[in-house]
Design a protein around this ligand. Structure first.
Ligand SMILES: [Fe+2]
Ligand SMILES: [Fe+2]
Length: 438
């Protein structure tokens, strides 16, 4: 709605008589009327007052009306300007109209009614323009406010996202720690060397890293690899204590149930259906001769085919303690030999391509080598801090082993195993051997 505020009109003429006439004419309007007798005085007034409309005479000494109105436009562009002129000034008037310096002009003597009606229209127009300006300013202020709010909102969302992301990472970490704790419980019952499940999970993770799996699918395979033998908890001690090749056929029947028992162990955990299926099928053979369901080919869940390979490779390579290069090569050759019968040929290919066996290898030229606790010798120098699977710190890097230290390591390893063995400096060992020979 147009602004209903009181207007101020400025009348400019060097003749007092004209100014008086204009005052009289404008008396009917609800407006304050100011007068000035020169353009210069009028410009000064314009600087300090908010003027809605100017009526100026053209013929004035020093500064003409057109000149004054043009300059007034720079000081107060919104003010509506009317020129009172004579016929002789028509050219200057036309120029002023064309340049936008004036809105109307009236030849003297003017018609009071027409002039008054134009002035009323002009004041209404001024109101509309002022209201437009006010609304535009309001919109631009609100836009700025909105921009600020958006920025604040974005910052809040980002902050909240970071909090959620951190909480999620913390949850995943706690979740994986819980899974590792479960797998450690399983291994208390097994005769496997070191952390079988841990190694199977690490091998499986390496194998699937380059497959196009979603985050959940990837995690399911790793979790299932950690827990693949969880069903062994339900196998009686008298069978678990036996060496695998001394199992009777009834022992085998019981042992084979660890796949189904394992699946039922995790069946109560929400969102663990796929993990349960991988556990159930981790002994299926690619040609359909495995157990418990004799699934074949890609009918076996991908994760189960991966765990099948990682599990068999680990069992073979660690069968006689920490693997030698020969044992690793033999275990790899076994995968190739049974590729397409026991194992998924594409995954065996991937296993070879990625040179996964290498993770367990120490190279002859390497500065260090891995030793199992029971094969430690006095005088060996530890090349990396020794920690147990649960994270207990045992000995620092650089420690020279005494028999007492070795006994302690063996004792700790019996209840909280040291994953993958103890890293020993080879050069120092070689030096010692060389010194002993001379
Ligand atoms: Fe198994
Ligand atoms: Fe296993």
């Amino acid at each position: 709605m147009p602004d209903k505020r009181r207007h101020t009109i400025l009348a400019v003429d060097d003749e007092e008589g004209i100014l008086k006439s204009l005052r009289r004419l404008l008396a009917d309007l609800d407006a304050e009327v100011l007068t000035a007798t020169s353009g210069k005085k009028a410009l000064d007034m314009l600087k300090s007052r908010d003027i809605s409309l100017i009526i100026s005479d053209q013929r004035m000494p020093e500064m003409t009306g057109v000149e004054f109105l043009q300059r007034s436009r720079e000081v107060s562009p919104e003010t509506i300007r009317i020129l009172l002129t004579g016929y002789a000034d028509i050219n200057a008037t036309v120029d002023a109209i064309n340049s936008g310096a004036i809105k109307y002009y009236f030849n003297k003597p003017w018609d009071d009614d027409i002039l008054l009606s134009r002035i009323r229209e002009s004041l209404d127009l001024y109101n509309v323009m002022a209201e437009n300006k006010r609304l535009n300013m309001l919109i631009s202020r609100q836009n700025e406010k909105l921009k600020d709010m958006n920025k604040t909102l974005e910052q809040r969302v980002e902050k909240q996202t970071n909090v959620i992301r951190n909480q999620h990472q913390q949850l995943v970490k706690s979740f994986m720690e819980t899974i590792k704790a479960f797998s450690a419980i399983v291994e208390l019952r097994s005769k496997d060397v070191g952390s079988h499940s841990h190694r199977v999970a690490s091998t499986a993770a390496r194998m699937i890293k380059f497959l196009d799996l979603g985050e959940k699918e990837y995690q399911d395979v790793v979790v299932a690899a950690f827990l693949h033998d969880i069903g062994k908890i339900g196998i009686p001690d008298k069978i678990m204590d036996k060496v695998e090749n001394t199992y009777t056929s009834s022992d085998l029947d019981v042992v084979r149930k660890h796949t189904i028992l394992g699946q039922s162990c995790v069946s109560g955990i929400s969102d663990f259906e796929d993990v349960g299926l991988i556990i159930r099928h981790h002994h299926e053979n690619f040609d359909g001769t495995g157990y418990p369901d004799g699934l074949r080919d890609t009918g076996i869940p991908l994760g189960a085919r991966v765990v099948r390979i990682a599990d068999e490779f680990d069992k073979q390579s660690f069968a006689k303690g920490y693997p030698t290069m020969k044992a690793l090569s033999k275990a790899t050759a076994n995968l190739v030999l049974h590729s397409g019968t026991l194992f998924d040929p594409d995954l065996v290919k991937k296993f070879i391509e990625l040179d996964i066996a290498k993770q367990f290898l120490y190279k002859e030229e390497s500065e260090t080598f891995l030793v199992s606790p029971i094969h430690l010798k006095e005088g060996m120098v530890v090349a990396a801090d020794i920690d147990t699977r649960s994270g207990m710190f045992v000995l620092p890097r650089g420690a020279k082993l005494s028999q007492g230290m070795i006994n302690r390591i063996i004792k700790i390893n019996a209840f909280d195993s040291i994953p993958n063995g103890i890293e020993i400096h080879r050069t120092i060992q070689k030096q010692k051997v060389a010194n002993a020979r001379t």
